[in-house]
Design a protein around this ligand. Structure first.
Ligand SMILES: Nc1ncnc2c1ncn2[C@@H]1O[C@H](COP(=O)(O)OP(=O)(O)OP(=O)(O)O)[C@@H](O)[C@H]1O
Ligand SMILES: [Mg+2]
Ligand SMILES: [Zn+2]
Length: 321
């Protein structure tokens, strides 16, 4: 998995290239305009000369330096005015010889003083989204699109889901190293994936590394690494700040997947990294499917959120019929 620093280096290089290209483009444009309009070339030549003259005057000694510099400054201002008038008279845009940077605020340097420009922060977040595995889920699944009216059939369900939504919102808002682990338990179509990806979105925006994947995909990577000599496939599951392991229990459960799960959860707990597990299995079914070593780990260190109600996927389908 790309780390924050890999992403940073990648974007920094993109910015350097982008900026260098904008400068090269401006130079080429200026050369063409100079060829077309010799008067502009002449003024630009003189302007360059005043820059050099300032240095020359400074080296001549302090005597009368102030007046000499003032004269040069006036000459410079007069030339700039002439240039502006000429460009206007020629009907050219005022920035016709300037580099056209994508970001006007930081001129594509990525920084304003020592602060990272918001365009650079956005580029980092975009990179993190692309690396998260969330893909198209990010399009529709967010806290704002989570509608509690789907749980209206039963006041107890509605109340429980309202609390779950609130809990997940707070979790996302206050996420930090050492945040608790969650296990979202409930039948199909009740919004477990929806709420966990909503958390992921917020946590990525805060600059944390998030990895989301379904259990079969995760254990497939463990399998390939162990038996097909493909190295480095599972590192991201251990290293990310927040792992969302979706659909636990839908993988083919074998002694290998059980021990991989134990190793993953145990390592993450020991290194203080947060995990969210989603599952259709009840607590009893989890106990049966995985060993006591895992279930006691999960129940001890994960906070359960129970999802109840009527399948929202079905409700949405019926509404659209
Ligand atoms: N409260 C809700 N408001 C709006 N859309 C919802 C809500 N709950 C679920 N959905 C939508 O219904 C579909 C199913 O929800 P989701 O995938 O989150 O269910 P799930 O609990 O993860 O189910 P499964 O156990 O089958 O994975 C998704 O498209 C999701 O966006
Ligand atoms: Mg799901
Ligand atoms: Zn910028």
């Amino acid at each position: 998995m790309s780390t924050f620093s890999d992403n940073f280096d990648k974007i920094k290089t993109e910015y350097e290239t982008k900026r260098a290209n904008a400068i090269k483009d401006a130079e080429a444009r200026t050369m063409t305009l100079h060829a077309q309009y010799p008067a502009l070339k002449a003024i630009d030549g003189k302007l360059r000369a005043t820059g050099i003259n300032i240095l020359g005057e400074a080296m001549k000694g302090k005597n009368g330096l102030e007046e000499r510099l003032k004269a040069l400054e006036e000459e410079n201002l007069e030339l700039q005015k002439q240039r502006k008038d000429l460009i206007e008279a020629l009907g050219l845009p005022s920035d016709c010889t300037d580099p056209h940077y994508e970001c006007k605020e930081c001129s594509d340097t990525g920084y304003i003083g020592i602060n990272m420009c918001r365009c650079f922060k956005a580029a980092l977040a975009k990179c993190a989204f692309e690396n998260s595995g969330l893909g198209s889920l990010l399009k529709d699944q967010a806290f704002d699109t989570f509608d509690l009216s789907y749980y209206n059939d039963n006041p107890a369900n509605h109340e429980r889901m309202k609390k779950n939504l609130e809990k997940c919102r707070i979790y996302a808002d206050t996420f930090a190293e050492g945040s608790p682990n969650l296990i979202l338990i409930g039948a199909t179509g009740l919004g477990k994936t929806h709420l966990s990806t909503s958390i992921a979105k917020k946590v990525i925006e805060k600059g944390y590394r998030v990895v989301y994947d379904s259990s079969p995909n995760v254990f497939n990577d463990f399998n390939k690494e162990q038996f097909k000599n493909e190295s480095g496939l599972t590192d991201k599951y251990f290293e990310c700040d927040l792992l969302i392991l979706d659909d636990l229990g839908t993988e083919m459960i074998t002694s290998f997947t059980v021990s991989s799960l134990y190793n993953l959860i145990n390592t993450r707990l020991n290194t203080g990294k947060c995990t969210i597990i989603n599952t259709n299995l009840s607590i009893d079914e989890l106990r049966k499917a995985y060993t006591d070593r895992i279930t006691s780990r999960i129940f001890g260190c994960f906070e359960p959120l129970m999802f109840t109600g009527k399948d929202v996927r079905m409700q949405k389908l019926q509404k659209n019929l």
